[in-house]
Design a protein. Structure first.
Length: 284
């Protein structure tokens, strides 16, 4: 709630954080524009003020991939721009403050997975996002750290952008290009199909950048906290969580999978005001 001209206005309508949808659409369209314009620039056209922008140039994970090479030699991995390193720093600072907001609010691939998941929600209802057995799910969630270690190792030792050949994000915005490897197309296809059954499957099980940002959940400044005194423990917050985090069983969400979407908060789904909060302080 905010006060504007003496009136109390609710920024977030029940059941969803509408402003997050606006931000997601903005960044999806922005990246699409940058990619489309980059293609036009290569053909001699395009918008002049975006002429130097490219998909690699606005990808913060590129800054993570090139970090070792940059520190060791002062050079960037091929195709990676200095802007990627700057963006990686900005995203890291935001994550330390607010958690992985890049994942929940900005990343276009995460947004597309959410769009596709609406199909699954419509057909499978409560069964959606609960197809993977809990024990298997708990193991698979750490696979993205394996992917991260592999990506950093092969990039550092080869000096080239190996992950591009497997990156569904790159394939999503370049699906018409001959530069995209069949493996990236295949992974994108599998990700979209799985999104009908599982919320954000790439984010949960394979995204190396999500693995990096997920670590900040352990010490972030602003966290999602639950007031046990007023909590009805009806599970509404946990059901709404796209990452299947049992919010109603913890006092402070420190799960490495949290994407700071805020869909579990009292401003969105929790039926009791000031019970599930996004705050830097304590709750009673």
């Amino acid at each position: 709630m905010v006060t504007l001209f003496g009136k109390r206005i609710r920024l977030f309508r029940p059941h969803t954080i509408w402003i997050r949808r606006v931000v997601q659409w903005f960044f999806f369209l922005l990246i699409a524009l940058i990619v489309f314009n980059h293609s036009l620039v290569e053909s001699g056209g395009g918008l002049p003020f975006l002429a130097s922008a490219s998909l690699h140039g606005v990808c913060p994970f590129g800054g993570v991939e090139t970090l070792y090479t940059y520190l060791a030699s002062g050079l960037f991995v091929q195709k990676i721009h200095d802007s990627s390193l700057v963006l990686a720093g900005i995203v890291l600072i935001l994550s330390i403050l607010f958690g992985p907001v890049f994942c929940g609010w900005v990343c276009p691939l995460g947004t597309v997975q959410e769009w596709v998941s609406k199909i699954g929600k419509k057909f499978f209802k409560r069964r959606f996002n609960h197809f993977v057995p809990t024990k298997l799910d708990n193991v698979l969630r750490y696979m993205r750290y394996v992917v991260l270690i592999w990506v950093l190792y092969v990039t550092a030792t080869s000096g080239s952008l190996i992950f591009e050949a497997y990156d569904p994000y790159f394939a999503l915005f370049n699906f018409w290009s001959t530069e995209v490897a069949w493996s990236a197309h295949a992974i994108l296809g599998v990700t979209l199909v799985l999104s009908v059954f599982v919320e954000r499957p790439w984010c949960k099980y394979a995204c190396p950048y999500g693995a990096v940002l997920g670590i900040t959940n352990l010490f972030r400044v602003f966290s999602i906290k639950r007031a046990e005194a007023t909590c009805k423990a009806d599970g509404a917050c946990s059901i709404m969580c796209p990452m299947n985090i049992p919010v109603d069983t913890v006092k402070t969400v420190r799960d490495h999978q949290c994407i700071s979407c805020l869909e579990c908060t009292s401003e969105a789904i929790c039926p009791v005001a000031k019970t599930v909060l996004f705050t830097s302080g304590g709750v009673k």
